[in-house]
Design a protein. Structure first.
Length: 272
């Protein structure tokens, strides 16, 4: 399969390590940013996705696909470059015995080359969702144009919506592989500093993650993420620098260091 995107998730060692993460084992409940994303997805008048057509780009284990199906969507499609991810997602559906009747399908595709502006996809989706995937994409503008063409256009609530998360640009900026916290002491108080550098130098970052070297990601500033949305026909409807709340830290004290810098950037936009 020709691909412009690194397919690190089909490496057996990497996939095994990824499977140990909290979000891999617990799904959306193990993703601390999920409540904020859920709020962006659902309208103030509805806690479900009634009869919606939904596309999940970078679907992984299919946790969001199943959530959308269970919350009223009529059709949900999950796309991922990783054969192992698609197989894992399908295995959950095989195990399900009381699945809702919504149509669900999975497809292996590279998001660098996916085609969503052909007649079969044009203005066919109410919601496109992506979790921690777009920072692997080199030409994000091209992908956003494809997404925009696939979303329904109308008036008000009829406009299709894009909701996605990425590693926060403050987290992705450092050029040194596997940048980590620096211990400092200010007076008598011990604290942590994040080694922020090269924030305005956008582009490829090659890092180490889950015991694997050479993981390729792309750093963009917050301004660039917003500008790319606006340039490709979207209207920004939500933006959040995600960091754990006091309630989160009370439940998970190990997250306290994340209060020093945002870990995720969450964005929501409507297609116009």
């Amino acid at each position: 399969m020709h691909s412009g995107t690194q397919n690190i998730y089909d490496d057996p060692g990497f996939f095994a390590e990824y499977s140990t993460l909290q979000r891999s084992q617990q799904g959306l409940a193990g993703a601390p940013e999920w409540p904020s994303l859920r709020q962006m997805i659902l309208s103030s008048s509805s806690n479900t996705l009634p009869q919606s057509r939904v596309l999940d780009l970078g679907c992984g284990y299919g946790w969001f696909v199943r959530w959308a199906r269970e919350n009223g969507a009529s059709y949900v499609k999950g796309v991922d470059i990783s054969e192992k991810m698609i197989s894992k997602a399908k295995s959950f559906d095989t195990d399900a015995t009381d699945a809702p009747t919504a149509e669900v399908c999975y497809e292996r595709q590279d998001l660098e080359t996916i085609i969503l502006d052909e007649d079969a996809h044009r203005e066919s989706y109410d919601l496109v969702y992506s979790s921690l995937t777009f920072h692997y994409i080199d030409d994000l503008g091209l992908l956003l144009r494809q997404i925009h063409s696939s979303l329904k256009k109308g008036n008000g609530s009829a406009n299709g919506k894009l909701v996605f998360s990425v590693e926060h640009p403050i987290y992705s900026a450092p050029v040194r592989p596997a940048a980590d916290w620096i211990d400092v002491k200010v007076g008598e108080e011990e604290s942590k500093l994040w080694p922020l550098n090269s924030y305005s130098e956008e582009g490829l970052r090659v890092t180490s993650w889950l015991g694997t070297d050479g993981v390729r990601k792309y750093h963009r500033t917050t301004e660039t993420y917003v500008s790319l949305l606006l340039e490709n026909g979207f209207v920004l409807t939500g933006l959040k620098d995600w960091a754990p709340s006091k309630e989160d830290i009370a439940a998970h004290p190990e997250w306290s260091v994340e209060r020093h810098r945002p870990f995720f950037l969450l964005l929501a936009a409507e297609a116009r």
